[in-house]
Design a protein around this ligand. Structure first.
Ligand code: NAG
Ligand code: NAG
Ligand code: NAG
Ligand code: NAG
Length: 529
């Protein structure tokens, strides 16, 4: 009898938990990005939710590396020609000099045109359209993978569910307007500001100019988004205006962690940082050959991967030979990610080539002393998490910038892959291995990065279920979402004050003139008399 009330209580709690709607919810992930590194972050978020028991359906264009058996995948793959085009254009970029930002942007425009087209086509695929046409499908939440593809947010309206944007970057002028995150470019525009100081004139000027360039870029991007929105959802008269639809974003998940990475800036409550989501809390056991190879590495080991986008065959052959000449002479062991195992750069006892590598698990291994990478955001994040110093060989896109940030933080060095020579490559490796300052800096960053009230995974679960429980997060929305440039910056109030100032000045002037005239005419009259 004593047990009965507690049993009832347990039952009541169980029912309440079931009724609150966030248990076993139906979640739709739209991740049609053509960038494998974006997909890794987005799928990692989906996987955490599947592990929590939610029914997750995901739409992708690429085959994801990360998945889960409870995730229903709808793959809309590229055709053979399209895959070839992607591979060729990335290969082309890795062979040419991309240090000129403008040239690089123009070159990327062509590729981006293709990405947006593909994104729209994916949403118009019959199996994907069925997600809203078939009334048996009910979704409690949409996760929308971000790559300047705001038109995709319309899909959430189609399935009548709140939407969270999953971004693979830190808060920035492309994403901030969706949730009214303040721009604050006078000090939060870049990470260059020295600790304990304010932003200098030059830093502010550069941030400002960069934000203007972004602004122009955004104008182009917005025009394209409007067109794609019309193309994909235009047949439905109940769909809101594009600009209205944008105001319905519940939250943005940013793949960053400002408290350790900076810049320190204000974020609205709808901005949730999930930096490091792709990193497992505990590494999985390594494949036997890698475990042995590392286990026997008495002098430590180096991991070399140039990312999922740049395949080994895209690097100039003589660059590969130069790299091999240096690496094969080291006493440290090297694990080298290499696609074509028939044609490796050369044989050496200290080098293990592998087509596929569990990068995160390898970086967690205590024998790893250095990570040579292409400065992709994902790889740098993993290395920082595990506290491993880096040598970055950036190629294109955001990589040179990521590498510079990494070097400025003191976590390692960088060399341009396109102009790589044996001697500087060797010197950089030896410097990082022998000078403890790089390892120390990145180790102390690592302890900061991991020190959070909720881990990245816990944040994803909590805030996703929060939005599901409350059917959106309209109560968290910043008023800034509904304001334009003039009202957001109080420019109309400045104008009002200016007008008042001008009018009072004019009145005052007229008054002075009037009194002066009265006075002088009086004294004239007096003189005449
Ligand atoms: C998959 O979902 C089922 C039913 O919701 C659940 O029982 C099972 O534990 C899930 N599998 C994993 C690996 O999480
Ligand atoms: C999971 O969601 C899909 C898409 O809405 C649906 O077809 C399927 O029946 C759901 N599965 C479960 C177990 O609810
Ligand atoms: C590593 O050492 C183990 C014994 O400790 C040995 O069995 C294995 O073959 C070695 N592996 C390599 C790759 O040298
Ligand atoms: C967006 O729309 C959905 C459903 O139409 C609603 O539940 C949600 O609260 C809205 N979100 C915001 C931020 O307005």
């Amino acid at each position: 009898m004593v047990h009965e009330p507690s049993k009832i209580l347990v039952l009541a709690i169980a029912i309440a938990a079931f009724m609150d709607g966030s248990q076993g919810a139906n979640i739709l992930g739209l991740f049609p990005s053509l960038s494998p590194s974006h997909l890794i972050i987005q799928m990692s978020a989906a996987k955490v939710l599947a592990e929590k028991g939610h029914n997750v359906t995901v739409v992708t264009a690429l085959k994801p590396v990360i998945t889960h058996k409870n995730i229903t995948l709808i793959e809309v793959p590229l055709t053979k020609e399209e895959s070839q085009f992607m591979s060729d254009s990335i290969g082309e970029m890795s062979k040419t000099d991309n240090s000129n930002m403008a040239v690089c942007l123009i070159r990327m425009m062509g590729q981006m045109e293709f990405m947006f087209r593909k994104n729209a086509e994916t949403l118009m695929d019959d199996r994907v359209k069925d997600l809203y046409l078939n009334k048996d499908n009910k979704f409690d939440l949409v996760l929308s993978g971000f790559f300047m593809n705001d038109f995709q947010l319309g899909f959430a309206r189609k399935v009548n569910a709140p939407v969270i944007v999953v971004a693979t970057m830190a808060p920035n002028p492309m994403l901030n307007p969706l949730i009214g995150n303040p721009l604050e470019i006078s000090y939060a525009g870049s990470n260059d500001v020295e600790k304990g100081k304010g932003a200098t004139f030059m830093q502010r000027l550069v941030s400002y100019i960069i934000s203007c360039v972004f602004g122009i870029f955004t104008l182009f991007s917005e025009k394209r988004n409007r067109n794609l929105y019309k193309e994909v959802f235009g047949d439905d008269p109940t769909m809101p205006e594009y600009s209205e639809m944008l105001k319905n974003t519940s939250m943005v998940f940013f793949a960053s962690h400002a408290a350790s990475e900076g810049p320190i800036r204000p974020n609205v409550p709808a901005s949730i940082e999930i930096g490091g989501i792709q990193i497992k809390d505990k590494p999985d056991p390594l494949p036997q050959n890698i475990a042995d190879f590392l286990g026997n590495a008495t002098d430590g080991a180096i991991l070399l991967t140039l990312g999922s986008n740049v395949k080994g065959s895209h690097i100039k052959p003589d660059t590969v030979i130069k790299m091999f000449n240096v690496l094969s002479k080291l006493k440290e062991r090297v694990i080298w990610k290499w696609e074509d195992l028939e044609k490796t750069p050369g044989k050496s006892d200290n080098i293990l080539y592998s087509k596929w590598l569990p990068q995160d698990d390898i970086l967690a291994h205590p024998k790893i002393k250095l990570f040579i990478n292409h400065a992709g955001k994902g790889g740098i994040t993993e290395s920082q998490y595990h506290g491993k110093p880096m040598l970055s060989l950036p190629v294109f896109g955001d990589q040179p910038g990521n590498a510079e940030d990494m070097v400025r933080s003191g976590f390692g060095l960088t060399i341009n892959l396109l102009t790589l020579e044996e001697q500087p490559f060797q010197e950089a490796i030896l410097e990082i291995l022998s000078n403890p300052q790089y390892a120390q800096k990145v180790a102390s960053f690592s302890s900061l990065y991991r020190d959070r009230p909720m881990t990245a995974r816990e944040s994803v679960v909590y805030w996703t279920e929060y939005v599901i429980r409350h059917h959106g997060a309209a109560h968290l929305q910043s008023p800034l979402v509904h304001m334009n440039f003039i009202t957001a910056n109080n420019i109309d109030i400045y104008v009002l004050f200016a007008v008042i100032l001008v009018i009072t000045t004019l009145i005052f002037k007229a008054l002075v003139k009037f009194i002066y005239r009265r006075f002088t005419s009086k004294s004239k009259k007096e003189k005449i008399q």
